[in-house]
Design a binder for this molecule. Sequence first.
Ligand code: ADP
Ligand code: ASP
Ligand code: MG
Length: 246
Amino acid sequence: MLIVKKFGGTSVADKERIFNVAKRCLEDYNKGNDVVVVLSAMGKHTDELIAQAKIINPNPSAREMDMLLSIGEQMSVAFMAMAFEAMDVPAVSLNAYQAKIHTTNEHGNAKITEIETERIREELAQRKIVIVTGFQGIAENNDITTLGRGGSDTTAVALAAALNADACEIFTDVDGVYTADPRKVPTARKLAEISYDDMLHMALNGAEVLHSRCVEIAKRFNIPLVVRSSMNRTEGTVVRNREAVA
Ligand code: ADP
Ligand code: ASP
Ligand code: MG
């Protein structure tokens, strides 16, 4: 099986969590699966970079912001590859240039247009765990772009589509998709499953648990998504087409 596993910022915020993620990926790898890992920037790194930029210039151009923000994801994938090295597990980190994630030119809100998967497939064929930067892409003129806040989810699902993956798991800091934000609404209930359309509606109404564009891509390519916690083994929420939802 080819499995795409995406981990958000909280899930890779420090050394302990990076190794926790590495070990979870290794479980799949050791069963003989091909594993592609997509990472966000660590903790609140993206917010910190934005704040630092504003000290220099309150109105930086979107192009230079993308140049800056792409640092966050690049740091995560390098650290993750180093964690695998420390565990003697073959792995390689790739940024958007190396993974050939092409996008439109809209800095700060670019859309993925194509992913050339040869390099990723070559690395997988050598039995490496492939760790790809979420959130970033390359524009037609080779400038770095970003996909909008929360865009690493979209990188994961677009990669799952391009690689014809057997599974796409989105690991986050809550146990799945709830009826409302569980941090704000204590009575919110975790859903075992939800249709693409209902999930899209929630995402467009501000539920940041999934980037809305990732839900659109998942629907278009009929890729079931599993949203679950990186901190525990609780079964998460399956996002899939309405016919499959019980
Ligand atoms: P990540 O860094 O893993 O991408 P995000 O912060 O983008 O995580 O998304 C997870 C957060 O989404 C949760 O911590 C939660 O507060 C929030 N959230 C908002 N609405 C929902 C919902 N309906 N179900 C689950 N989480 C939600
Ligand atoms: N690091 C980016 C952000 O904070 C992308 C992501 O987390 O998905 O928005
Ligand atoms: Mg997110």
